[in-house]
Design a protein around this ligand. Structure first.
Ligand code: 5GP
Length: 183
């Protein structure tokens, strides 16, 4: 691991726009890169294995847990998600500013292991807007939407534990605010 690795952990409820913020950050600097997590969730139609996630079976995931390959991992909804040590090492080794986009429990665990990392919470402008965005993806059943919304409301209560909190009302403003923090 690089001595002064720059690692930023970003959380926010599903639908807060974390991935759009990441895209905006990457467009601003070639030196920013995101870790690719492993998950047991099925890929959405536009997702690519190895780019969006490493999509693995539950048996493979638990095998990686047993081999101590994760910095942190959680069960979120009905699936496992985990940050691979190899991803953090690969990107810090390349001297990149590393972005880790994970949910709140993982973020707290990550911060315990890498106390020098900075945590950023992205908040949607309102609960109504959040529901609209989750529904708008059109890739979740009503049951999944309710489950994600309930998790999101619980996650919002954790925002005070983060080093920074940024509201994603206008996407460009949000990207700018997060970029300022990273700089
Ligand atoms: P999604 O299924 O929408 O891609 O992700 C669901 C949630 O899991 C999001 O909040 C996402 O940031 C989080 N997540 C993705 N990868 C990881 C990971 O490696 N660890 C943890 N703790 N959460 C993750």
């Amino acid at each position: 691991m690089q001595e002064n690795a720059k690692i930023f952990v970003i959380s926010g409820p599903s639908g807060a726009g974390k991935n759009a913020v990441l895209d905006g950050l990457c467009a601003k600097s070639e030196n920013i890169a995101q870790t690719v997590s492993a998950t047991t969730r099925a890929p959405r139609c536009d997702e690519i294995d190895g780019k969006d996630y490493y999509f693995v079976s539950e048996a493979d995931f638990l095998d990686k847990v047993a081999r101590n390959e994760f910095v942190e991992y959680v069960m979120y909804g009905k699936n496992y998600y985990g940050t691979l040590k190899s991803e953090v090492e690969r990107l810090t080794g390349l001297n990149k500013t590393v972005i880790v986009i994970i949910e709140v429990r993982g973020a707290q665990n990550f911060k315990t292991i890498f106390p020098e990392s900075k945590t950023i919470f992205i908040v949607p402008p309102s609960v109504e807007e959040l529901r609209r965005r989750i529904k708008g993806r059109g890739q979740n059943t009503e049951e999944e939407i309710d489950l994600r919304l309930n998790i999101a409301l619980e996650e919002m209560k954790q925002r005070d534990k983060y080093d920074y909190c940024v509201v994603n009302d206008e996407l460009d403003d949000c990207i700018e605010a997060v970029f300022d923090i990273i700089k």
